[in-house]
Ligand binder design. Structure first.
Ligand code: NAP
Length: 259
């Protein structure tokens, strides 16, 4: 996909706070022909679902993303025969709370499902991948959450290298979201967000960015030549060949500039 070409994009996590903002942003950009949202439930409410540009593919068990093609039970899921996808965005993730405190469940979603999604997207033709990771992600971190995020980044990088695909890793700090309209309410998360807002501690995006800033950065990553982005945003890091890392402050700056 050249920098100026139009594209179809496959999105995982589209029903989440970040994912919904990303769908809204991509639907609104003329170069995006179609947003294909991979969801585990039918009848989900996505932004602009009626505008004719959003298609939902239901995969009830994301565990199937980790199976080999021969092992897949739902042979009739349209995902397995999807082609012509130019890009993919992964905003999938859970929390230790939603994982019932289980490290195993957390790792399954935040590592296994994400790697399975990226592998599937690459097989569908995607050659630009945007991964929503997290600030502090490192495979050497002492913290389990950061370590899983770091290991996921590393494995997604290896998959993209195998296919010669470009990888854009976004590492936001805390996500400032509109009030959640679906899913579990997270009082602790809301309280922390309020604190950040009230004390104006976002410090140019280092601590926190809005989901809209993340969405705008995803669009810029998919539609702009990386060389141009590197010139315009000095804090953008070229981590390896074809792999760019967007620290939280870069997401903030791109979000503000893309206004
Ligand atoms: N929240 C923050 O402050 C923060 C900060 C830094 C980085 N991040 C990272 O940014 C990403 C997006 O975060 P978010 O706050 O937008 O997340 P979110 O609102 O909780 O949304 C998570 C998405 O993942 C899907 N999902 C979760 N568990 C799943 C499972 N077992 N099978 C299939 N789908 C599943 C959800 O689908 P359903 O709607 O069906 O549940 C939803 O679409 C995550 O990777 C997160 O770790 C978040």
């Amino acid at each position: 996909m050249s920098a100026a070409a139009s594209y179809k994009v496959l999105v995982a996590g589209a029903t989440g706070a970040c994912g919904q903002a990303i769908v809204r942003e991509l639907v609104a950009t003329p170069r995006c022909e179609e947003v294909i949202a991979l969801c585990r439930r039918a009848n989900v409410r996505l932004p602009f679902a009626d505008a004719g540009k959003v298609r939902v593919i239901v995969l009830e068990d994301f565990g199937e993303l980790t199976l080999t093609p021969a092992e897949r039970r739902s042979k009739d899921c349209p995902l397995w025969s999807l082609s012509g996808v130019g890009a993919a965005v992964c905003a999938l993730g859970t929390t230790m709370k939603d994982a019932g405190g289980s490290k195993e469940v957390f790792q399954r979603v935040d590592h296994d499902y994400i790697c399975g999604f990226v592998r599937t997207a690459l097989a569908c033709g995607a050659r630009k991948i945007a991964l929503i990771s997290a600030s502090g992600a490192s495979e050497r971190s002492l913290f389990f959450y950061m370590r899983v995020k770091g290991e996921t980044e590393k494995h997604v990088h290896a998959l993209c290298a195998e296919y010669g695909a470009a990888l854009h890793i976004l590492r936001p700090g805390m996500l400032l979201t509109p009030p959640r309209t679906s899913g579990a309410s997270r009082p602790a998360e809301r309280a922390a967000q309020q604190l950040v807002k009230t004390l104006r501690l976002s410090m140019g995006g280092i601590l926190a960015v809005s989901v809209e800033h993340v969405a705008k950065t995803v669009r810029m990553a998919l539609e702009t030549a990386p060389e141009e982005l590197l010139q315009r945003f000095s804090s953008l890091e070229e981590q390896a060949s074809q792999t760019w890392v967007y620290p939280s402050r870069t997401i903030f700056r791109i979000g503000v500039e893309a206004g």
